[in-house]
Design a protein around this ligand. Structure first.
Ligand SMILES: C[S@@+](CC[C@H](N)C(=O)[O-])C[C@H]1O[C@@H](n2cnc3c(N)ncnc32)[C@H](O)[C@@H]1O
Length: 237
């Protein structure tokens, strides 16, 4: 099924630039990178690595990283920026690695892009070694429930709201922004939690990060008003 990624790849790469978009650079990276490094992993997998930005960040800290992604133009960009890096084509639903290969598995804003999440989360847990960690950044489910509607004006015509509706109904939707048009999936938080728990993982960290202080105050305020991101670390016993 078309997910929009091949046609959106160029716009996506331009949007990421060298340092990632606002949410990555000022909200998620400051939480994700220290957590990725905290357990001193040696071998990591970045599931849905895109153009490889987070792989390159981990590599700079001496971690042996493999990136996997189903979108060829994103993988080509990853290779071009990091010719010695390991970037392979594949999906989260069928990871081509033996059990217990990695001591860190990263899913950086990819759960919302993965069609068969019931297959993908057990796969991410399977390729983790005992004692290894699955580090997840995702769009908050309270956000994906209303992302198609976005901000709306209240009845006073002034105040903006971000209305939540049909929260428990899983569905896919097309998201359009800055030349990118991709299919995303809304699932209630309980779907992700159930799959992670059923995979035998143990939650060791949970955060809904705010932007780091002092950066682009107007933009930062909108990230504080509504649920935006969540970050979780799950350990394989
Ligand atoms: C929002 S981007 C995130 C890319 C990168 N992790 C980042 O944060 O910049 C989502 C990525 O998921 C990938 N993707 C789509 N379907 C996937 C699947 N079934 N398994 C793994 N990755 C998938 C897309 O190709 C895209 O690179």
């Amino acid at each position: 099924m078309d997910n929009g990624w091949p046609a959106s790849a160029n716009a996506w790469i331009a949007d990421m630039g060298e340092h990632g978009d606002f949410g990555r650079r000022y909200v998620l990276d400051p939480v994700m990178l220290p957590h990725a490094l905290a357990r001193a992993p040696r071998k990591a997998l970045d599931v849905g690595c895109g153009e490889g930005r987070f792989c390159r960040m981990l590599q700079r800290h001496g971690i042996d990283v493999t990136g996997i992604d189903p979108t060829p133009p994103l993988l080509e960009a990853a290779h071009a920026r990091d010719p010695k890096g390991a970037y392979i084509e594949g999906t989260a639903e069928r990871l081509p690695f033996p059990d217990g290969t990695f001591d860190l598995v990263v899913s950086y804003l990819t759960l919302i892009d993965i069609p068969d999440i019931e297959a993908a989360i057990p796969e991410m847990a399977r390729v983790l070694a005992p004692g290894g960690a699955l580090l997840i950044a995702n769009l908050n489910s309270f956000n994906t429930a209303c992302i198609e509607t976005g901000w709306v004006k209240g009845s006073d015509g002034r105040h903006l709201y971000y209305p939540i509706d049909n929260y428990l109904e899983e569905h896919s939707m097309w998201i359009d922004y800055r030349g990118i048009r991709i299919r995303n999936y809304h699932r209630p938080l309980s779907t992700y939690m159930r799959l992670l728990l059923d995979a035998g993982l143990r939650l060791t960290y949970f955060q809904e990060p705010a932007p780091i202080p002092g950066v682009k105050p107007g933009k930062a305020a909108s990230y504080r008003r509504v649920p935006w991101f969540l970050v979780m670390e799950w350990l394989k016993p």
